[in-house]
Ligand binder design. Sequence first.
Ligand code: AMP
Length: 253
Amino acid sequence: MTQVVTTINEVKSIRKAVLKEKSVGFIPTMGALHAGHAELMKQARKENDYVIVSIFVNPTQFDNTEDLEKYPSTIQSDIRMAEKETINCVWLPKYSQIYPDEYKYKVSESELSKTLCGTHRPGHFDGMLTVVMRLLNIIKPTRAYFGEKDYQQLQLVRGLVQAFFMDTQIVGVPTVREPTGLALSSRNTRLKPEEKENAPLLYKILKLAKSDEDARLDLEKNGFKVDYVQDINGRRYAAAYLGPIRLIDNVKI
Ligand code: AMP
């Protein structure tokens, strides 16, 4: 039975009382859960005695108000998915609990976070790193799970726990895709039918193009508004809009 909790005190007392000697897996999410999130849950389930999923649409990592306002919310079906994956606890934190300081204190990274998505989404990675640090400090999980779909985020979180000597192991999970190749994302539900048809081209073009410049041109030809396509250390990263929806993906090259 999945326990649903809302307060920090509840989560902390679970961590302290029940789990002193046990391993705890943690999956931070923003909800509207799909098979990508389920994969993180399955891996955490295999590797830990107790698994906690948080669902919190973190406002400090949104640089675009409309994106925040329109972020999909499906709490009841999210809880059902957690139950199906035999998650022990779903935590639904409130903004005022996570940010008692009103976000006067934040964590920032000065190099990687200024590239790729960081160039186009000012403040996004500060908000992400800050919320991840707060959540990890509250739960103190043995392991925390992050998707490779957000590869830059995964690298930054690894750097965060190293830089601040935090005792959580960060586990990366490969990207889950639709049969068409489209990386699953909560934002995909906002794509119009014709955009949904076009969206798998992002992955296809990233994989097949000879260079990042070729990929950019090909995406533009196919109706994407490209934020960036960039090859770094054997990986090709991209972010591009279809209508108002911003899709990101990355592939090994
Ligand atoms: P989100 O709810 O979008 O903040 O995502 C929560 C976690 O799930 C992050 O670590 C994401 O990287 C991961 N995730 C989201 N979509 C996928 C996917 N298609 N495959 C693997 N992991 C994913």
